[in-house]
Design a protein around this ligand. Structure first.
Ligand code: TXA
Ligand code: MG
Length: 329
């Protein structure tokens, strides 16, 4: 897409909520912070705005968008019928990093859902974002504010780097406290299906629902976006899931960089080392994940070895895609 704007970056305050809402009401797109990742926002009822989301991101038109709401009342207007499971999950996890897919009401347009009968709904845990929704009076559609295929931005700088001159406004709300996109669950008539792992774990969801989630691999329903190559820097990424990372690296040749746990740094003999976080600290590693992936290309190594743990659902899911399935250990 051609450059359209001199992009303005402003820090969160109540004046910029009004400014963001005015741009959205005029059919524009703006970048807003959420607790998960930064989102590229448009009014859900603005065809012009929604079309801009797809063209700015270079997003395939068969990939539906999440609607962000300021209250369960708003959510219920955009879902076809009341669902007890939705109410239960809402009271435990909203506002927060959970997206719920249900059948859609007539208020939801076809371009938002890419023609599907379902809609993805979430109440974000970000006071500023919710204020913008309230000012607009309708849900705000927002995918992650990256160019499709690139890692999602978790701060205003990275949003600017990817979308400079494509959007009029980026609101800077600091670094995202969660750092990976929301967990997505589909409430079907046959059971509850996990479509995307995230900060809210399968275990937490099962505890609230009182039964096991369904995992339907390679079958519908799916989150259409999950089939695309994602989160991928251009350099090669190899995951290491074993113990003794430092020992393993001693036998590796060539020009490579390393993403390791804090405790491992001192045993690793390379000038290209990035610290992922303390070993076992899932939340800290989640927060740092996309910042690290977004920085790999400019650091100049051809290959990166990244230490990770399969038990960290959200992190492993993103890294698996970034590595295109190259895993050792
Ligand atoms: O944390 C998040 O969810 C962030 C912030 C900005 O809220 N948003 C986000 O949106 O990650 P996006 O568009 O990057 O990812 C949404 C995923 C896509 O994989 C899409 O295919 C799926 O949700 N999705 C959306 N609507 C769906 C639907 N009706 N049925 C199944 N999957 C859906
Ligand atoms: Mg995305």
């Amino acid at each position: 897409m051609k450059a359209r704007f001199l992009t303005e970056v402003v820090k969160v305050d109540s004046d910029c909520a009004k400014k963001a809402a005015e741009l959205l009401n005029a059919g524009e797109v703006v970048v807003l912070p959420t607790e998960t990742v930064y989102g590229l926002a448009a009014r859900c009822d603005s065809e012009a705005g929604i079309r801009k989301i797809f063209s700015v991101k270079n997003r395939p038109s068969d990939n539906p968008l999440i609607l962000h709401c300021d209250s369960v009342e708003m959510v219920n207007r955009y879902a076809k019928e009341p669902d007890e499971r939705l109410q239960k999950l809402a009271s435990h996890f909203w506002p927060g990093p959970l997206t719920i897919v249900v059948e859609r009401s007539k208020l939801v347009s076809d371009i938002v859902t890419a023609g599907q009968d379902t809609v993805a709904l979430r109440i974000p845990d970000n006071v500023f974002f919710k204020e913008v929704i309230t000012l607009c009076g309708v849900p705000i559609a927002a995918p992650s504010a990256n160019i499709s295929g690139r890692p999602s931005p978790t701060d205003a700088n990275e949003s600017l780097r990817q979308l400079d001159k494509m959007v009029p406004l980026i609101v800077d709300g600091g670094s995202c406290s969660v750092g990976v996109e929301s967990t997505i669950i589909y409430l079907s008539t046959d059971g509850e299906v996990l479509l995307r792992p995230g900060d809210i774990s399968v275990k937490q969801l099962e505890k609230v629902l009182g039964r096991s989630l369904i995992f339907k691999k390679n079958e519908l329903p799916t989150a259409p976006g999950m089939k695309y190559r994602h989160y991928a820097p251009s350099c090669e990424v190899v995951l290491y899931c074993g113990d003794d990372f430092a020992d393993f690296l001693k036998d590796c040749n060539g020009d490579f960089g390393v993403v390791c746990y804090e405790e491992e740094c001192k045993h690793i003999d390379s000038h290209n080392v990035i610290v992922f976080g303390r070993a076992g600290d899932e939340k800290e590693q989640q927060r740092r994940l996309f910042g690290i992936l977004n920085s790999l290309d400019e650091r100049g190594c051809d290959r990166w070895y990244i230490h990770t743990d399969r038990a960290f659902e959200a992190i492993y899911n993103r890294l698996y895609k970034a590595s295109q399935g190259k895993i050792i250990g």
